[in-house]
Design a binder for this molecule. Structure first.
Ligand SMILES: C[S@@+](CC[C@H](N)C(=O)[O-])C[C@H]1O[C@@H](n2cnc3c(N)ncnc32)[C@H](O)[C@@H]1O
Length: 205
């Protein structure tokens, strides 16, 4: 393990992560589901989204993170006052979220959740966040479906993306499904963006 130190909302967070993510590559898991240990890196989109969330007042809000990896946005949302559930399909990621949350004195729940699953949390969330999850074309449809089922009426989603090839199509699909899509400035993502998807204007999908 190695430690990353990140300052959010004036607090230094210490995030433990695998020192060599490539050493976690498992050919059987790749054959089965194209699983790669992407969860073990701290991606620029996650850092940018965490920095954005740390500026918000989320007291009293319920937040969900999809594909959280090391879950920096979840930690930032907890610092901003939200009640947070961090999720990823990699059980190792969720185990480390618990360790890092405890080490930093933060309350963040974690659970294994594959965004293609039919088993989604029952109660919708005020805010659903995700960073760098649009790197495969196949991710778009299930992610849009999860957002439509987990964002509460009047709630919204924030998706950070570093400029992946398939991201623009995802946001066009979201707009076509009735989401109000607004690009926000994203510090630290020169070729990317944080996009707000607002459920209020949503009519279908
Ligand atoms: C590029 S990484 C980004 C990690 C983190 N959000 C960040 O920005 O640092 C993509 C993440 O999506 C997760 N992921 C990939 N496919 C998934 C699926 N079907 N369901 C849930 N999580 C998934 C990976 O395990 C990984 O943590």
């Amino acid at each position: 393990m190695r430690e990353e130190r990140i300052i959010l909302a004036g607090r230094e967070l210490v995030i433990a992560r695998p020192a060599e993510p490539e050493s976690l590559i498992d050919e059987e898991r790749f054959e089965e589901d194209e699983f790669l240990p992407y969860w073990a890196d701290l991606w620029p989109s996650g850092i940018a989204l965490a920095r954005h969330l740390a500026t918000l007042d989320l007291v009293g809000k319920r937040a969900l993170e999809l594909g959280c990896g090391l879950a920096l946005p979840s930690f930032a949302a907890a610092l901003a006052g939200a009640d947070v559930l961090a999720t990823d399909w990699a059980p190792e990621a969720i185990e480390l979220v618990a360790v890092n949350a405890a080490a930093n004195g933060l309350r963040v729940s974690g659970t294994v959740l594959d965004w293609r699953s039919e088993q989604l949390p029952d109660t919708p969330f005020d805010l659903v966040v995700a960073a760098d999850v649009l790197y495969e074309e196949r991710n778009a449809v299930p992610l849009l479906r999860v957002l439509s089922r987990t964002v509460a009426p009047g709630g919204h989603a924030l998706v950070a993306d570093p400029g992946r090839r398939h991201a623009a199509t995802f946001f066009e699909q979201a707009q076509a499904a009735g989401w109000a899509v607004q690009r926000l400035a994203a510090v630290g993502l020169p070729a990317g963006w944080i996009v707000a998807l607002d459920r209020q204007a949503r009519t279908t999908g």
